[in-house]
Design a binder for this molecule. Structure first.
Ligand code: ADP
Ligand code: ASP
Ligand code: MG
Length: 439
């Protein structure tokens, strides 16, 4: 058996947390390749080192004084080193970082140091060899992730290493420029290492006992999910269930390597298994609820639009022309709506409206902002009738105004659009009807 283990920021926020992680790794010889994140928050008022590093780069690039920030970051690492009693000195490491900043290095390099330095500590603490992610996680010259080269580099490097520590979150372009994944990207590094090393299992250790049916910051003590499929998981993580980065799923899916989401603070808990497919029947009709705020909708009304050949294409082309992606396109006989990220729309708003007028000559265009999308996900929904009806009645009961409802053709999810301010109430109401009322 070979296991790849990734530990999130809160699992590595202090020396005490490192000790828990050390105990977990040493408990099983199969836990051979370790992917650390940067130190996270020790308590609610604390900062994540990655956030401090972004602030450091911003401050430096505005020509402002940054000594205090860098000292604060150094102190976080020194506390861990001392707490673990390690013979390690980061003086040179921090000199290099300062030099690079003075030379005008990019933001990704600075952000990546959170993982890099934690990897150095982890390697010294466990006595496992250190592999710099810049040597094995590859981006191309345009900054696109290069999966083929990464797979090759990782496989070659790990072939003769029985154990290793590989920091998460970053890699490098062919010229050596460090580049990171998007936030939360250490999950992706873990997946890539699991794939390239043909691991039997990818354990993702965090601060919750697996995937929960809803965001614990919205629903109190949500029911844990024991088994979830990759597809369900992707729907949920795309829709804000941030336990696992949405892109962490692709590399493993191809190989059929399961992911086990576990809790560093409750190592006995079996957590959640994420698998390709399963006969295990979910306990409830739905597997989970996810959601995100910050969307806008553009609704186009035109009599007889359904008879116009190419109508939908022409609408979407307007968004394509300004380089925007879209989330959902619910439609009726005479209406067609496009849900987009509000943030992305704002700079192009008038251009989009003018473009739509020109290209499809609508009777009316209506713009609505501050919307949230909620995804109700579950492989069990296919077998059950009336799920959408139940969602509607739960939301009506909670006085939530439903803006849109869209059932994916896979019947794996139902997407509901509500106003941002109704977001939490809507999630609670849906959770209650499917889980508390046990329908
Ligand atoms: P890590 O730093 O270990 O990568 P993250 O903060 O990225 O951890 O992810 C874990 C957090 O995800 C939890 O602390 C929890 O607040 C949040 N979360 C959101 N939705 C869910 C969900 N459905 N189940 C479990 N946790 C969730
Ligand atoms: N430290 C990085 C972040 O905060 C990556 C990660 O934690 O996965 O986004
Ligand atoms: Mg994370």
């Amino acid at each position: 058996m070979k296991k790849v283990v990734k530990f999130g920021g809160s699992s590595l926020a202090s020396a005490e947390q490192f000790q828990k992680v050390g105990d977990i790794i040493r408990a099983e010889e199969d836990r051979r390749y370790v992917i650390p994140s940067a130190p996270g928050k020790r308590d609610a008022a604390d900062s994540k080192v990655t956030d401090l590093l972004y602030t450091l780069w911003d401050t430096a690039s505005q020509g402002q004084e940054y000594t205090e920030i860098i000292q604060h970051i150094r102190a976080r690492y020194d506390a861990i080193i001392q707490g673990l009693g390690l013979d390690l000195d980061f003086t040179e490491e921090f000199q290099t970082i300062e030099e690079k900043i003075r030379e005008g290095v990019g933001v990704d390099y600075v952000a990546s140091r959170g993982e890099y330095l934690n990897g150095r500590i982890m390697s010294a603490y466990l006595g496992f060899p250190f592999v710099d992610a810049a040597d094995v996680i590859a981006f191309d010259a345009d900054g696109e992730f290069d999966d083929r080269r990464t797979d090759k580099l990782l496989a070659e490097r790990l072939e003769n290493l029985h154990t290793a520590v590989i920091p998460g979150f970053y890699g490098a372009r062919p010229d050596g420029t460090v580049q990171t994944f998007s936030r939360g990207g250490s999950d992706i590094t873990g997946s890539l290492v699991a794939k390239a090393s043909h691991a039997d299992l990818y354990e993702n250790w965090t601060d919750v006992s697996g995937f929960l049916m809803a965001d614990p910051r919205i629903v109190k003590d949500p029911v844990p999910i024991s088994t979830i499929t990759y597809r369900e998981m992707r729907e949920l993580s795309y829709m804000g269930a941030t336990v696992l980065h949405e892109d962490a799923i692709f590399p493993l899916r191809k190989e059929g390597i399961p992911i086990n989401v576990r809790n560093t603070n409750d190592p006995e808990n079996p957590g959640t298994m994420v698998v390709e497919s399963t006969c295990s029947k979910p306990r409830y009709t739905i597997t989970g609820i996810g959601g995100k705020k910050g969307f806008a909708s553009i609704t186009i009304e035109k009599a007889m639009m359904n008879a116009e050949v190419g109508f939908g294409r022409r609408v979407l082309e307007v968004f394509e022309d300004v380089g925007m992606t879209f989330e959902h396109t619910p439609s009726g006989i005479d209406t067609f709506s496009v849900f987009v990220n509000q943030h992305e729309l704002e700079p192009h708003e008038q251009q989009v409206i003018a473009g739509l007028h020109r290209s499809v000559r609508p009777d009316m265009i209506e713009l609505e902002s501050d919307l949230a999308l909620i995804a109700v996900v579950g492989r069990g929904m296919r077998r059950t009738r009336g799920t959408a009806g139940r969602i509607f009645s739960a939301l009506a009961h909670a006085h939530v105004n439903v803006k849109m409802i869209d059932q994916g053709s896979s019947e794996l999810n139902i997407i509901i659009g509500v106003e941002n301010r109704d977001f939490e109430a809507a999630i609670k109401a849906i959770y209650e009807i499917f889980v508390i009322a046990q329908i």
